[in-house]
Design a protein around this ligand. Sequence first.
Ligand code: GLC
Ligand code: CA
Length: 543
Amino acid sequence: MSTLPLDDTATELQTAREWWRDAVIYQIYPRSFADSNGDGIGDFPGYTSKIPYLRQLGVDAVWLSPFYVSPQADAGYDVADYCDVNPLFGGLDDFDEFLRTAHEVGIRVVVDLVPNHSSDEHAWFRAALAAERGSQERARYVFREGRGAQGELPPNNWQSNFGGPAWTRIADGSWYLHLFDTKQPDFDWTNPEVADFFDDVLRFWLDRGVDGFRVDVAHALIKAENLPDIDDRKKVPAGDTGPMWDQEGVHDVYRRWHAVLDEYDGDRLLVAEAWVSPPERLARYVRPDEMHQAFNFPYMVAGWDAARLRAVIDQSIEANESVGAPTTWVLSNHDVVRHASRFGLADPTSWPNGIAPDDEQPDAALGLRRARAATLMMLALPGSAYVYQGEELGLPEATQLPADVRQDPTFARTGGAEAGRDGCRIPLPWVKDAPAFGFGPSADVWLPQPDSYGPLAADQQVDDPSSTYSLYRTALELRARYGLGSGSLAWDADGFGFTNGSVRVVSNFGTSPVGVDGEILVSSDGTAGPTLAQDATAWVLVP
Ligand code: GLC
Ligand code: CA
């Protein structure tokens, strides 16, 4: 948040603005952030021990991916108990301690909510399997009879987002719907019991003091009536419009949740994970009585490409402004190839689902150079920005993971055709010369770390002014000082540059150096001017 006291009125306005409008939110991936007990998996005491690091980095909030009781069939996005901590990560008291410690230093805490599906090990789904066709227990999920003479064919032609059919048949011959893994049965959101249940889940965490929720696959909860076949397509790309995505009914759910959050003091946040485009369609999730933010995936998929970036930045800001919501910016998360590697592929707009050893390998130096340039551009954009753990260290994707360590269900469900998301989920390196690069007190890690993570460990970077960590830290400090998150954007007449308040942001996407006049506040490649090389960004003080 900006703390720049322009004058008294401006200061008052700043404090009156909801914190999330310009917040920088850091995503913690619980399995891989920090391990305290040496079992090779992150845990709450580990996260708490890193709060000083997060504070020094300068983030406003953290978002924790799911840490709930779960058999971990989809790394926790398969929830068996929404109101308790998985013993892997600690207990509710460890969660409370983390929350208290974060709040003490002014860091807000957003938790993940997974309302589209539960785990098949959730008490409700177990009860549904034990109950009969047509029972109240089955009605909480989407059970249907199959097609074909014996009901041996799935009820419709939908495909799972992870590959394979979206239906699984149970012992009595009925089928249940799962847009993701077999172990993630979809709830039936037309059943009021489901809606009531989630109101209670929201209240449980709000009562404990969380500052908001990131809503998993927010565009999927309601399916088109009678579950019609999707037109001829073999696989449904995420975000494509089909009878399972972006149906009108989802908005009623978010209006209801908005009202629940309004019962609580402070500004609690709902942020949508909705793979919906174009930006006008996505903006409907953040109308004044619905959610507060939505991840800007159209921006994330634009790649390192001037024309695409400029177009999507304009469209997103315009669409969000039309509903009074802030625009968000994001380059990496736990579902996509890290941007330091995506941008090192021959085509820096490529969008692979993971990178396997025999796929095209990214150029690490080029990727990091572009990632730093792209990040510096992103952090100057008005609105709220999301940072995925480890990107502040410039971590690349792990691209050499052997098949036998891969855990993302995508890999198995596509028969290995898609490498999947494990490569962006590797345990963080904290200390170069320590077992598991200091991830925890033992050498155990749930996914192997590449050797290249050693020199990128946090202890190698925090005191090095030229490191990627220092770039993030400096940018966050300047972003706050100049109020960039709450500013506005004006494009230069030519070239790729824009001005936000007192800062002019120039990125060089071309092959020849461009001139930059004025004092450079920070640059992605360390230049102090007077020219900016290819694949670099600089923030210049407007005289
Ligand atoms: C979201 C999550 C992803 C998960 C999926 C199913 O896309 O970000 O990690 O696999 O939903 O819950
Ligand atoms: Ca642990």
